[in-house]
Ligand binder design. Structure first.
Ligand code: GAF
Length: 382
């Protein structure tokens, strides 16, 4: 793929580009905890976006999306959101550099990759992080990786309109081959855990469902969490986010909550505890315990946080019935996309066949199957 991107760049712009890559991510556990300042456990995977970039000596940014087969030119003296969805992830990043006082001279770009769009593998974060990383390198801007992550997240907020947390961008930038990242989304302190799951592998089953609800419901969930925090603050002024809340605090004040808000907050507080327990399981090699927490996470996402969908629930049910699977759950924002499954290496074929057949019989189409390898975060290729 990288060769195709490079060739396309040469044929469009007649010069040699610099090449970069930026990965998508999985998340083992800790869903919808990041914007509540909690913990997450993601990893960068071998589904990536590639970038060919070079300065062009003008004030224009010329971009070609390999996957969309579309090109566009933008004036860098007047960056603003575009009608082209794909371009906004790029323009959002440029705007962040400019806001931070960096001059971005004109450049040419060809980008594309193999992260399925809308599958919950964070193709948008990969695009944002990849361009942020590339511009920082090319123009020697010296921005720290932490700040690139925050700029990439802001780009998503301001140019894509999704008030995402920081997990996806952090994983794409800070991923490490063979490791998952335990990230504290409040302090941004992080710790790498080995992703060696003995004879088990990370298998993704893509429902191929892309619900348009995803971004509006995502923003609604954020507001529900904020409403819960505002209520609890009246009793506990030290509470700044659901990270600071315990199950006991919630239970004590249950009657004061709207029932929906209560369910949402309870899920987040419990999920945050699950991440910490699951990390202990991982450290102690208790993969069975880890898998059980994944199933519990799905239960919460399905019934309390209500961000799942029948296709995701069906695939998790298939996993539950199969001895070869230690744990499974929906992954990412929800309403479609992938389930993540921890499957015995010798049984991947058997399990995915069985789940695919059942899914096909029920929904009339097959899920896509990806066996994820864990790779490094954004980097320069040459
Ligand atoms: C999406 C968001 F972009 C992340 O920040 C995170 O909140 C996730 O949904 C849910 O855990 O991927």
């Amino acid at each position: 793929m990288i060769d195709q991107i490079k060739d396309k760049f040469f044929s469009l712009y007649q010069q040699e580009p610099l090449l970069f890559r930026s990965p998508g991510r999985v998340n083992l556990i800790g869903e919808h905890t990041d914007y509540n300042e909690g913990f997450v456990l993601p990893a960068a995977i071998n589904k990536e976006i590639y970038f060919a970039v070079a300065p062009n000596g003008t004030q224009a940014f010329r971009a070609y999306s390999y996957d969309m087969d579309e090109s566009a030119t933008f004036d860098l003296t007047e960056v603003q959101p575009s009608q082209l969805g794909w371009a906004n992830y790029l323009l959002g990043v440029v705007a962040q550099f400019q806001k931070a006082g960096h001059h971005i001279p004109g450049f040419d770009l060809v980008f594309g990759g193999n992260i399925p769009i809308g599958a919950g593998l964070s193709s948008s974060a990969a695009v944002e992080c990849g361009l942020a990383f590339a511009l920082n390198q090319i123009y020697g801007l010296g921005v720290e990786k932490f700040d690139l992550v925050k700029m990439a997240q802001k780009a998503e907020h301001e140019y894509a309109g999704v008030m995402c947390g920081i997990m996806d961008q952090f994983a794409s930038m800070f991923g490490k081959s063979g490791h998952v990242v335990k990230l504290d989304c409040r302090s941004l302190e992080y710790e790498y855990f080995t992703s060696d799951l003995d004879e088990y592998r990370i298998v993704l089953l893509d429902t191929q469902v892309k619900h348009s609800l995803a971004s509006s419901e995502y923003n609604t969930r954020r507001q529900e969490c904020e409403a819960g925090v505002a209520l609890l603050r009246q009793h506990y002024p030290q509470v700044n986010s659901l990270r600071d809340v315990t199950v006991e605090m919630l239970e004590k004040h249950e009657q004061e909550f709207e029932p929906v808000t209560y369910k949402r907050c309870l899920y987040v507080v419990q999920e945050n505890n699950r991440v910490l327990e699951a990390c202990q399981d991982l450290a102690q090699g208790n993969l069975k315990g880890f898998g059980e927490k994944m199933y519990a996470s799905h239960e919460g996402l399905q019934h309390q946080y209500e961000v799942s969908c029948p296709e995701l629930d069906f695939l998790v049910e298939q996993a539950r019935k199969n001895q070869a699977v230690l744990g499974a759950r929906m992954m990412g924002g929800g309403f479609g996309g992938c389930t993540i499954n921890i499957v015995h290496a010798n049984k991947i074929e058997e399990y995915t066949q069985q789940a695919s057949t059942a899914y096909q019989e029920h929904f009339g189409r097959e899920p896509k199957v990806y066996v994820a390898q864990i790779v490094d975060g954004s980097s320069q290729i040459s």
